[in-house]
Design a binder for this molecule. Structure first.
Ligand code: HEC
Length: 248
């Protein structure tokens, strides 16, 4: 009894093979992977065909089927004779069904060579790649500089901006300073002026100094009369306030 419920996977590939009803021969034989020359086909050819299709051919055969290329060259007629007609090898009804199916699936699947079976390759030989290539000494890139996290400070980053634009003698550098806000020192910045602290306690949305520098929330622009500080400087001050406005 044939296996009519054999698995289907590969056999869209094999459609069009006549002579086996709805099923391909491979389906009937339950073949689900494309066979390969080394693993599957070469042993069949050696056992059933090479007794005559050798070099020189004997038994009335006129060509050899010793190599993969020779078999590929004759694939169409091999399929007709050994699979479809089933009269090759001659006498005795041809190949058994399983071998026919293997041959058919292999031809339909593109006749892949696959990996050689046989003894393991000698790894000592394979591994000998010759002497290692001398790439020369690695280029010395010098010591790696650890930048660490960048910390903005009053002393290094903010005070120079403030000194240039705000803590000038006519304004927040005067004595007494404009608005009671002395920006010549860190202590003066922290203390704030008549309107209270200007740093918003680290909340950039509450920091009066930023509202003045950006002229938002109804506050007039600082520096008074403009021009405003450039955006990079305002960004620095904002980031410094957000980071808790450290002195150094
Ligand atoms: C006993 C000897 C013998 C064996 C074994 C044998 N053949 Fe042949 N083969 C012949 C002879 C004789 C011919 C030429 C006469 C003919 O075509 O029938 C031939 C011809 C062929 C041809 C050409 C026929 C054509 O229609 O173009 C193919 C293809 C072929 N054999 C394939 C095979 C395959 C595949 C096998 C093994 C599965 C095989 N043969 C086994 C003797 C053999």
């Amino acid at each position: 009894m044939r296996r009519w419920l054999a698995p289907l996977p590969l056999f869209a590939l094999l459609a069009g093979c006549p002579g086996f009803g709805d099923k391909t021969l491979a389906e009937l034989e339950g073949i689900t992977d494309v066979p390969t020359w080394h693993a599957d086909v070469q042993p069949i050819i050696a056992g059933y065909c090479q007794p005559c299709h050798r070099q020189p051919p004997t038994g009335g055969a006129s060509f050899a089927l010793l190599t993969l290329d020779q078999v590929r060259d004759h694939a169409d007629r091999i399929r007709v004779r050994a699979v479809q007609l089933g009269d090759m090898p001659p006498g005795g009804g041809g190949l058994p069904d399983a071998e026919k199916a293997t041959l058919d699936a292999w031809i339909a699947g593109g006749m892949p060579e696959g990996l050689p079976t046989g003894p393991e390759p000698d790894m000592a030989v394979v591994a000998d790649m010759g002497a290692p290539v001398d790439m020369g000494a690695p280029v010395d890139m010098g010591p790696t500089v650890d930048m660490g996290p960048v910390t903005l400070t009053w002393d290094a980053d903010i005070s120079p901006i403030i000194a240039e634009s705000c803590a000038v003698p006519s304004c927040h550098g005067a004595n007494p300073p404009t608005g009671g806000l002395n920006l010549t020192t860190y202590a003066g910045f922290v203390a704030g002026g008549f309107s209270g602290v200007v740093h918003g306690n680290g909340d950039v949305d509450q920091a009066l100094i930023l509202m003045r520098l950006n002229a938002v929330n109804g506050f007039s622009l600082m520096p008074l009369g403009g021009p405003s500080l450039d955006g990079t400087k305002i960004d620095l001050i904002e980031a410094w306030i957000a980071a808790g406005f450290p002195e150094n």
